[in-house]
Design a protein around this ligand. Structure first.
Ligand code: PCA
Length: 214
């Protein structure tokens, strides 16, 4: 069993992206599964292409993409990716698209990871976690949607999903009082627990657990 975990590069003027900081510190092996990891650009089109290049190179059984959702307090597995982009800020190459991602694709894909069991596992490890029902309309949603599209159309049998992490605490040092954040160490603990649940769990995101109650 092999899992591929991706983390985004910094964007929007930030010097770090906590997603990559946490992904790069994950253990080499989780629940007996080998962990491969790769950093991906915050550039529409190139981000999903980098995910697919890593899938072709690593041949994983499961893919988890990780991004930052600044302002959230919890680690949040995403339930659904939608076939639409509406970039609030330019990406790292100045693109700011609005419109469908795949003209012929379905409107949305659900993740094929057990998102509720992942939330339960993170909470049991003492990490604030909740299922999210929107990955936004920027590169993270694009990567989730395109990941599920490529798995459905070109990589049958591979499971996939996406997790958003909060700001790292050091990123918020000069932000307003009350800005939510989490230590990268806690993100590593949460992602590890979530990957354990995903590796040992089934394909089905729709099995409710404690994480159902938000
Ligand atoms: N977060 C952005 C893109 C890259 C990242 O880490 C998002 O939520 O779309």
């Amino acid at each position: 069993m092999k899992v591929l975990v991706t983390g985004f590069e910094p964007f929007g003027g930030a010097t770090i992206n906590p997603a990559w900081e946490a992904v790069s510190r994950l253990p080499q092996e989780i629940a007996g599964a080998e962990v491969a990891r790769t950093q991906i650009p915050v550039v529409f089109g190139k981000d999903a292409a980098a995910v697919e290049a890593a899938i072709d190179a690593e041949r994983p059984d499961l893919v988890l993409c990780v991004g930052q959702a600044g302002g959230r307090s919890h680690i949040t597995p995403e339930f659904v990716g939608i076939n639409f982009a509406n970039a609030r800020i330019p990406d790292n190459e100045g693109n700011q698209p609005v419109g469908r991602l795949e003209p012929e694709g379905p409107d949305a894909y659900f993740a094929t990871l057990p998102v509720f069991a992942m939330v339960d596992a993170a909470r049991a490890a003492g990490v604030p976690a909740a299922v999210s029902y929107t990955a936004g309309t920027y590169c993270c949603n694009e990567v989730l949607y395109e990941l599920m599209h490529m798995l459905a159309t070109r990589h049958p049998g591979v499971r996939g999903g996406f997790v958003h992490v909060p700001y790292a605490t050091e990123q918020t040092a000069s932000m307003g009082e009350g800005t939510a954040s989490m230590s990268v160490d806690m993100m590593v603990a949460g992602l590890t627990a979530m990957l354990e649940a995903a590796v040992t769990g089934g394909n089905e995101p729709l099995v409710a657990g404690e994480g159902t109650e938000q």
